[in-house]
Design a protein around this ligand. Structure first.
Ligand SMILES: *[C@@H]1O[C@H](CO)[C@@H](O)[C@H](O)[C@H]1NC(C)=O
Ligand SMILES: *[C@@H]1O[C@H](CO)[C@@H](O)[C@H](O)[C@H]1NC(C)=O
Ligand SMILES: *[C@@H]1O[C@H](CO)[C@@H](O)[C@H](O)[C@H]1NC(C)=O
Length: 617
């Protein structure tokens, strides 16, 4: 089809779209949403079938006229569906009506797959206006065993571990490594509603820098989802089930601050049948397996935490000790393994635009699709106490899974370069009024700042990483940050700074100070965070703080003074360790804060980049 005609045909759908939005918006208000909802869906289905048949069925009218007409009708249907789905789902999400719709869509996909029905395939194909090919699972999902139970399913889990297991099932016929997702906290309710309604299936869209580099895939490896606050006994039962060989988790960096005095932890110590926390579930399930003389499971942290295996192990042992159960403690210490791992794939928060994209380009009404980048990596210690997926099958690009005994150097490299750069640029970008990471890194001052940070301050004190070309790695990072299709928001990256600084930037600062060097770029990163914690951006708009630890430590109060004192902030040992002891470093941070307040971040950056850099004391 010539591209100008293609344009008209697509344009017609947009016209229909507008008509549909207006007509259905009006109808749903005058007649009530219940009576109208569904009609637009019928229109979409009918119009799609008719558009699909345009090639063969039209006589007299001409194929394009026929197609054009049905595309217009299709547009009306889609246009009607937007306001309807949005309002209906928000109004009735608990009633699960949207869920049924979604389940219907997805079960149709399953049906398509199983029956291989040619017409149905045509519907799916023709619906994709811009011909984005959607890969469906080719394996039989009901034959997947739940080798893995994952606690706290978020977008990152769905773009990383769940994707890898989908590849193993799809491309390598592995049936042992399906995943049961468990939502542990009450905030997991929305994702649980969506995933339960969609039978665990969802759309993963990988978008590269080049617009044409798009890959859409329905992930089928998540075979069930349990919302634990409603059914803790069901969650415990799957954790104790012999099929479960690995219990993995993504509980964010702040999730590892285990405090035995916390009310939920106290509850979990006394209620083995109905835990509320990840630690309670894991330890009581391990105890259940021990008492039943069953093999334990591997406990696998997938968070961006240095030595994440060691860290979760310490938490689990601390909790188990508080139970005063010697046999359990011994079982955990001698039988359970906690592999360290470095995980990497930038995965933004899902936006409504992403939902619309999937709806429009793939014909899928997914309540919570995931957008991610093409790059992925997983460096993992080969230490699994009860078997593991054949990860060696995924050792090549694009999967980049590496089983090794030496994860630490890779972890350091990733966190001190990628996550530290994220942390160093997000507050400056935010203050400057940017919304996304790619806008921020494309600002030439910021880019130069980040290059100085990585090259002059991080790299010289980075432990050697075998077989890695660091310069290439850093160039790739800048490229990944610049990906305009990811729409990774600064507000996501700015979250939980108090938990991120100690892990991503403080180690570099400590090493540099030890060498007698003042790391200026790191100092500016801290300065920009203090300025940000002050609560207003440079246009005087209020900043909504989302930071568990900072709130607990009341850092925003320290920072909100008219002249926030760097030395007082640096004295918060939980975040900065001993940094306050270094007076010249504290003065440098103080200068950054002062300059940021007086001259703004743009001028500060300019001065900083052309300034003395990391000079020796
Ligand atoms: C998938 O597996 C289930 C359970 O083994 C079986 O009942 C079903 O017929 C299979 N479906 C297809 C399409 O092969
Ligand atoms: C994007 O990819 C397409 C097809 O692979 C290629 O022809 C085009 O030159 C690329 N565009 C850019 C800006 O790299
Ligand atoms: C660390 O890097 C990943 C990309 O692998 C990013 O998505 C994530 O948000 C970062 N995590 C933190 C806590 O900064």
């Amino acid at each position: 089809m010539p591209s100008d005609i293609q344009g008209i045909i697509k344009g017609i759908t947009n016209v229909g779209n507008l008509i549909g939005q207006l007509v259905f918006g009006y109808l749903s208000d005058s007649k009530g949403r219940k009576s109208v909802y569904g009609i637009e869906l019928l229109i979409i289905i009918m119009a799609t079938i008719c558009s699909a048949m345009a090639g063969s069925a039209a006589t007299g009218v001409g194929t394009l006229g026929f197609l054009g007409f049905w595309r217009l009708v299709l547009g009306i249907g889609i246009g009607g569906d937007y306001p309807m789905s949005a309002t209906v789902s928000s109004e009735w999400s608990s009633a699960g009506r949207r869920g049924q719709m979604l389940a219907l869509t997805f079960s149709m996909q399953g049906w398509v797959m199983a029956a291989g029905n040619a017409l149905a395939r045509l519907i799916v194909d023709k619906f994709k206006c811009d011909s984005v090919h959607t890969h469906l699972p080719t394996y039989n999902r009901s034959q997947l065993k739940h080798g893995i139970v994952h606690l706290s399913v978020g977008n990152f889990h769905r773009s990383h571990l769940a994707y890898y297991m989908d590849v193993l099932a799809n491309e390598y016929d592995q049936t042992e490594w399906g995943i049961i997702g468990v939502g542990v906290r009450s905030v997991d309710k929305p994702i649980s509603t969506v995933l339960q309604a969609q039978d665990g299936m969802y759309t993963l869209i990988s978008k590269g820098c080049n617009e044409t580099d798009v890959d859409v895939r329905i992930i089928g490896s998540l075979i069930r989802y349990i919302f634990a606050p409603d059914a803790p006994e069901r969650a415990l039962a799957v954790l104790m089930h012999p099929h479960t060989k690995i219990v993995s988790m993504t509980i964010t960096v702040s999730g590892y601050d285990l405090d035995l005095k916390n009310v939920d932890i106290q509850h979990d110590l006394h209620h083995p049948q109905a835990p509320r926390t990840v630690f309670g579930f894991i330890v009581h399930a391990l105890d259940g397996r021990r008492r039943a003389n069953k093999a334990p499971f591997t406990v696998l942290s997938c968070d961006n935490v240095q030595q994440n295996g060691e860290v979760i192990k310490r938490c689990i042992l601390k909790f188990a000790k508080a139970l005063n159960n010697i046999e359990l403690l011994d079982y955990i210490q001698t039988k359970v393994t906690f592999p360290n791992s470095m995980v990497d794939r930038i995965t933004p928060v899902t936006s409504d635009t992403d939902r619309q994209y999937v709806h429009l380009h793939c014909g899928i009404a997914d309540g919570w699709p995931v957008v991610t980048e093409p790059f992925m990596q997983w460096v993992i210690e080969d230490s699994f106490c009860n078997g593991r997926p054949p990860l060696e099958l995924l050792s090549n690009a694009p999967y980049n899974v590496l089983l090794t005994e030496h994860v630490e150097a890779s972890e350091c490299m990733k966190m001190r370069l990628l996550n530290a750069s994220h942390t160093a640029m997000c507050y400056l970008g935010y203050l400057m009024g940017y919304t996304y990471i790619h806008e921020t890194i494309l600002d030439k001052h910021i880019q130069s700042y980040i290059e100085h940070l990585m090259n002059d301050e991080v790299t010289p004190v980075l432990p050697a990483v075998p077989n890695v070309d660091l310069d290439a790695y850093k160039r790739t990072l800048i490229q990944r940050f610049s990906n305009p299709h990811m729409k990774d928001t600064l507000s996501r990256v700015c979250m939980d700074g108090a938990s991120k600084f100690p892990k991503y930037l403080v180690p570099t600062i400590v090493e540099q100070l030890k060498r007698g060097v003042i790391p200026y770029m790191c100092a500016l990163a801290i300065g920009s965070w203090i300025r940000y914690l002050g609560g207003k951006d440079e246009s005087n708009r209020p900043i909504i703080l989302s930071d568990v630890l900072a709130t607990e430590l009341k850092l925003h109060e320290l920072a909100s003074e008219t002249r926030p004192s760097a030395i007082e902030m640096l004295s918060v040992r939980q975040v900065f360790g001993d940094l306050a002891n270094d007076q010249r470093f504290a003065e440098t941070v103080q200068n950054a804060v002062k300059l940021l307040y007086e001259e703004g971040s743009k001028t500060t950056l300019e001065k900083w980049i052309s300034g003395p850099r990391s000079s020796h004391k």
